[in-house]
Unconditional design. Structure first.
Length: 134
């Protein structure tokens, strides 16, 4: 089978995230993502969000995952989350400048902030911005 997959492009379909308290996690991610879940199955305790065609699954039995979520209004979002009592692990900081389009839009700066979700998982918020003065 491995030989058959060499030329095929894989597509990310779903990411599972640990949710100790499914109600609390659903409320947190609904607010963070600005949308309600796409589906819920309880029992067994599964909540799905649609993130541009990739499913985010909140599940009691899932391991913790490190999610990187695009958030163009990074500073404003971090300020709002902090005001809501969300633990900010590290505020917005420049992590990379993209000289070409290999890993992001060419000529942009990649900024990240890290927060803790309602279940103790780390979540990264990512913004691609034009350099100051451009």
């Amino acid at each position: 089978m491995a030989a058959d997959m060499r030329g095929a492009r894989m597509k990310l379909v779903q990411i599972a995230q640990r949710a100790v308290d499914l109600e609390r996690a659903t409320a947190f991610y609904s607010r963070l993502l600005g949308q309600e879940p796409a589906a819920r199955f309880d029992p067994p305790g599964l909540v799905f969000f649609d993130l541009g065609g990739v499913r985010l699954l909140l599940e009691r039995g899932a391991p913790s995952a490190l999610l990187y979520l695009e958030q163009p209004a990074l500073a404003e979002t971090v300020a709002r989350l902090e005001a809501d009592g969300v633990r900010i692990i590290s505020g917005p900081q420049l992590v990379f400048t993209h000289p070409d389009a290999t890993l992001g839009p060419a000529g942009t700066e990649e900024w990240m902030a890290f927060i803790e979700d309602s279940e103790g998982n780390t979540v990264a918020l990512v913004a691609h911005m034009q350099p100051a003065g451009d």
